[in-house]
Design a protein around this ligand. Sequence first.
Ligand code: ACO
Length: 434
Amino acid sequence: MQLSDKKATLSFSDGSAPIEFPVYQGSVGPDVIDIRKLYGQSGMFTYDPGFMSTAACESGITYIDGDKGQLLYRGYPIDQLAQNCDFLDICYLILNGDLPDGAQKTEFDSLVTNHTMVHEQMRIFMQGFRRDAHPMAVLTGLVGALSAFYHDSTDITNPHHRHVSAIRLIAKMPTLVAMAYKHSLGQPYIYPKNDLSYTGNFLHMMFATPCEDYKVNEVVERALDRIFILHADHEQNASTSTVRLCGSSGTNPFAAIAAGVGCLWGPAHGGANEACLQMLEELQANGGVAKVGEFMEKVKDKTSGVRLMGFGHRVYKNYDPRAKLMQETCKEVLSALGLENDPLFKLAMELERIALEDPYFVERKLYPNVDFYSGIVQRAIGIPTSLFTAIFALARTVGWIAQWSEMLSDPDYKIGRPRQLYTGSQVRDVPTQR
Ligand code: ACO
């Protein structure tokens, strides 16, 4: 963070003395006004619900230019990364700041691969969950429970412990998500297989059974790996900010990531992929493409409470670059699996076409986000809708843990403690007779 020559001055209409604030520059993107001294000097807070204009931290991991539709991990454009790297390259990049060379890649892949098993007692722990529990409910519990099994890596002041817990989380998330799926089916959990790739192994744990091996389909493996890459990090979104805030109290990494999983579950965030596919399925069942016009009228009617799921984004006010890559993958997977005429894909394309021409969406700069097509891909692969958000959580774990670790190594790190504008009752006495 670099001090700018510019300063910001806050003046008041009541004649109080103006206050001057330093301005800092990032490497790219908007400058920030440092208002940390505001309360001390004026007795006032700033008010910014939803963090519309507030940078809550300094970070060097991910950069988004929402107007340009640009997403960079450690400076590299997402499309180049998606085309030239696998998910473990991305994990290495996000955690360490640069892409691995050949030797680093071999070492990192082997490290992650050798941590994929979970403590055998996790199987017993799983038995407490109902078979019909939502996978995100199970995952929130499982991730939180990791701290009970792996407390030898929870000294957050020790960078080695932080690294070990990062590797453990990245390695074990696919095992936990697959276990949650198998539990819902009542099938035996499948152990990881270390000769498979990270994503191939996840597919194996999801779809193999003790009586039948699963042969990993390369197109499917590549598509899922791309879904992981596109969801790996997204700067200070709601779940990442939750992980940072939760972690800022000094809690252990597993508890902080469990908080992130809980936040991601909501339909305005990671839950949107599930909600989007449900929306497409419902629309398909109620008339499909022929009813798109009617449905869009409902979406635009603010009293209907209906939103076009998979559309709109707090930061992207242009096409989400991840959605473009996802649409490409969607075509590839459907064609490889002989599903080119998939009615939901056709429906999604039609909704997108109409929305991109409709003034309601154009004026509000509402474009498809990554979730618009990822559900169709996952459904084609055979992943049930209820597992979509858990897969998002699996992929986002690396971003969460890297952001958490970055926060802890920041010299300005403090417990996160927002303030408020209090509008409740003033001090009053409890009546003695009630
Ligand atoms: N369908 C219809 N109208 C929408 C949509 C949508 N999907 N998204 C935004 N709008 C409208 C709002 O009604 C509002 O209209 P107004 O100005 O007339 O009141 C305007 O666009 C701005 O919307 P906000 O809700 O204020 O935008 P915000 O930045 O707070 O919300 C969000 C962003 C939550 C993503 C929103 O666009 C949404 O709900 N989208 C659908 C859910 C979704 O796809 N979420 C996934 C996000 S990406 C991710 O987590 C990976």
